[in-house]
Design a protein around this ligand. Structure first.
Ligand code: ZN
Length: 372
């Protein structure tokens, strides 16, 4: 039996793999050492062998309580990722699976590869009226890419994957872009006539390739850098924020995944100093329209709202809501499944994330006339 994670977005360290019935593994921390939770590895040579995989440092991960009720994903073809029996016991994540194939991949969530990211950019920029713009370089020297489309006056910015282990954010982006760029979609055409869309499909390609949960290659959690990004530590945020300062922002959406909550939900900018009744109404209208468009989204469960004036201004949503006086929101998707609309075989999945991305055109349309 051979276990490896030396590939795009791989993350695992083998402690002891001499016995398939008692394999000891460790998740490797992100650069910066303050986060870890993402795992992704391949097992070869265990067809029809009952595997007991023990991630022995699960308790030391960023969100140990999130392992409760979580099921890992597996794949034989790296296309379909299905859920497998997983428990959290004695501080270890314990995965039980008997592979039906010689090679099997295991991961925290269906991975979104750098190649697929490049394919997404290539497909998008091939569509009429779409410009691909390089905003700058990441710490590891990759391009930080922006897609621009639409001719309207309103300015809409949508970014994803500040936290690279939240791969569902880029699956969401794929569904969103496919619909937005569909010339046969009347709603997409209407929105592109009334607004210009600035879209960053992946804010943190370095962290994604490195198999990180949250940080970039310099060890920075990008969603704690928006108040004071630097060229050395957070060039990805600096490049995007500078471009936003040039365009202005009327609507901002930041797409994430949440380790613990089995729900799709939105977190707003309630605690910023510049919070207004207008922003509260716009946030509520956006959420209501998304509930109507896609029942996988809900508003009953989510993060507690910040008290007035108590927002953490280093985050994208709060910083940009304050900076531009605009509607700004963080969209969270589950790593687990949706409790209200479960799909046990796959849980929350690439297909469902894509569908939620396509649904976002409806709430944008609902608030667009009132964004200024
Ligand atoms: Zn996140």
């Amino acid at each position: 039996m051979h276990i490896s994670a030396a590939f795009d977005s791989g993350n695992i360290e083998v402690v002891d793999a001499t016995r398939p019935s008692d394999v000891h593994l460790r998740i490797r921390p992100d650069a910066g050492k303050d986060h870890m939770q993402w795992f992704h590895f391949r097992v070869v040579g265990a067809r029809d062998t009952p595997l007991h995989l023990r991630i022995v440092n699960a308790r030391a991960c960023s969100y140990p309580q999130a392992w409760e009720g979580y099921q890992a994903v597996a794949s034989y073809d790296r296309e379909e990722w299905f859920r497998i029996p997983t428990t959290y016991e004695q501080g270890e994540l314990q995965i039980h699976h008997t592979p039906q194939s010689n090679a099997v991949w295991y991961a925290y969530f269906a991975p979104y590869s750098h190649d697929r990211h490049l394919d997404l950019l290539a497909a998008a920029q091939s569509e009429p009226g779409v410009a691909l713009e390089v905003l700058g370089q990441t710490v590891d020297g990759r391009d930080l890419d922006l897609l621009v489309t639409g001719t309207g006056e309103r300015v809409i910015w949508i970014i994803a994957r500040q936290h690279p282990g939240e791969s569902m954010a880029e699956w969401w982006m794929e569904g969103f872009l496919e619909r937005l760029l569909d010339e046969d979609d009347a709603l997409a055409n209407k929105l592109k006539a009334e607004a210009t869309f600035y879209v960053v499909p992946s804010m943190n390609p370095d962290g994604a390739v490195r198999g990180h949960l949250r940080n970039n290659a310099a060890g920075a959690n990008l969603n704690r850098e928006w108040h004071a990004p630097t060229r050395e530590r957070s060039p990805e945020v600096l490049a995007v924020r500078d471009r936003m300062d040039a365009t202005g922002v009327d609507l901002f959406l930041d797409v994430h995944g949440d380790e613990e909550l089995p729900y799709n939900f939105i977190s707003g900018a309630e605690g910023i100093p510049g919070w207004t009744e207008r922003l509260a109404e716009l946030t509520a209208a956006f959420e209501a329209a998304l509930v109507a468009a896609n029942p996988d989204f809900q508003t009953a469960h989510g993060y507690p709202q910040d008290a007035p004036g108590q927002a953490n201004m280093s985050m994208a949503t709060t910083q940009l809501a304050q900076r531009f006086g605009c509607l700004a929101m963080t969209l969270e998707q589950p790593f687990k499944d949706t409790a209200d609309t479960p799909e046990p075989e796959h849980g929350w999945s690439p297909a469902r994330a894509r569908a939620l991305g396509a649904s976002i055109l409806h709430p944008i349309a609902a608030v667009l006339p009132r964004l200024r």
